[in-house]
Design a protein around this ligand. Structure first.
Ligand SMILES: Cc1cc2nc3c(=O)[nH]c(=O)nc-3n(C[C@H](O)[C@H](O)[C@H](O)COP(=O)(O)O)c2cc1C
Length: 355
């Protein structure tokens, strides 16, 4: 199991009156940010991002950590930047959680400057509040959370977990709609397979996938590594599994067993992450909901495969919404299941992430 560590935060001792007085003074807040800048950024940057493009930048000032998008890293299939902002929203949740781990409440201004489209959020240090047990478990899961494309392990999800994940989504201004087995799943699987057939043979999409996938010996700190890829099925997707984007493209890169195995354990649940609106703020909310529920799930050794290929085509996106009568805009398709291993993907160092 390869887990990539996140640097430890500075030791602030017992969070109590001392933390409270730090939080109340501007100099104290600046000190917390300066001392922990690397930890805060590295924790945020463990977020999932489309093609592991890591389309984010961070600026640490005396008052706040600013999260900026990096449009130079926007993927071709995402012309309006929806997936870029979902990725950045996921990083924003990680940043908030890292602030919580220091014993403070994050104070978030979303899209604080209408004149600057790239500035997505400002996160300042708020009042002292000890980290709670669930937050502690989610923090512990940051290094092992990963996008799970290989086979799942047998066994039901922990009792109450799905309801907990739905609560996570609601708390972040999104909704997690479960897709029932049987007809709803079959209909969704057919739409996804058709979108994959078109997407995987589209020359510009193929060029983009080639640009963002990494051969086994690659030293790159971004892109999807061969160790995270499952061989695509030659025919239908394995039972209960939505067809995955073909990252391999016949190159024989994929190193994960089980992706094409017809008899593999199916995922325990399929879900769609929705938002009430479909604007930049909604995409940032979707990203925060995504990372919150993925970390919650990972804290119980439950992981997800993520699917956006069908949502990159506006017509298919509407078709999914209408077919499943979803009460919102689909932002992400997920399949959840148990796993006992966690191979993590590389990230660029915090020192490369300033604007
Ligand atoms: C907005 C967004 C879209 C994504 N779309 C897909 C997808 O279509 N297929 C897939 O296998 N993974 C998808 N992913 C997962 C990323 O490839 C993954 O997060 C990235 O490679 C980093 O790996 P990790 O999640 O294991 O840390 C997506 C992630 C995000 C945030």
């Amino acid at each position: 199991m390869a887990l990539s560590p996140v640097p430890a935060p500075a030791d602030h001792g017992e969070m109590s009156e001392q933390a409270d007085s730090v939080a109340r003074s501007a100099a104290g807040q600046a000190g917390v940010l300066a001392t922990n800048a690397r930890y805060l950024i590295a924790t945020a940057a463990r977020a999932p991002s489309v093609h592991n493009s890591q389309p984010w930048r961070f600026r640490v000032s005396a008052q706040a950590v600013e999260l900026w998008s990096d449009p130079g890293r926007k993927v071709h299939n995402d012309p309006i930047g929806r997936e870029m902002l979902i990725s950045c929203g996921a990083a924003l949740f990680g940043l908030r959680l890292a602030v919580r781990s220091l014993g403070y409440q994050p104070v978030v201004e979303l899209l604080p400057d209408p004149a600057s489209l790239r500035l997505l959020a400002r996160v300042a240090i708020g009042g002292a509040m000890p980290v709670n047990p669930l937050e502690r478990q989610m923090l512990g899961a940051v290094p092992r959370r990963h996008t799970h494309r290989g086979a799942f392990a047998a066994g039901p999800l922990p009792t109450g977990l799905l309801a907990g994940l739905q609560n996570d989504a609601l708390a972040e201004g999104a909704e997690l709609a479960l897709v029932g087995d049987g007809l709803p799943f079959d209909r969704l699987a057919r739409i996804v397979a058709e979108a994959a057939r078109r997407g995987d043979t589209d020359p510009s999409a193929q060029a983009e996938v080639r640009k963002w996938t990494r051969v086994p010996s690659s030293p790159a700190r971004d892109g999807v590594p061969a160790t995270s890829l499952a061989a695509p099925p030659s025919g239908r997707a394995p039972r209960g599994r939505l067809r995955q984007r073909d990252f391999d493209l016949g190159r024989g890169l994929a190193r994960l067993p089980g992706g094409a195995d017809e008899n593999a354990v199916p995922p325990a649940a399929t879900a769609v992450l929705l938002t009430p609106g479909d604007r930049r703020a909604d995409w940032l909310h979707a990203g925060q909901a995504l990372q919150r529920l993925l970390l919650h799930a990972a804290s119980k050794w439950v992981f997800a495969s993520l699917h956006t290929q069908p949502l990159e085509d506006p017509v298919t996106r509407v078709l999914i919404r209408d077919t499943l009568t979803l009460p919102g805009h689909p932002q992400m398709l997920l399949q959840l299941g148990r796993a006992t291993s966690a191979a993590s993907t590389p990230r660029r160092p915090a020192s490369d992430l300033s604007p």
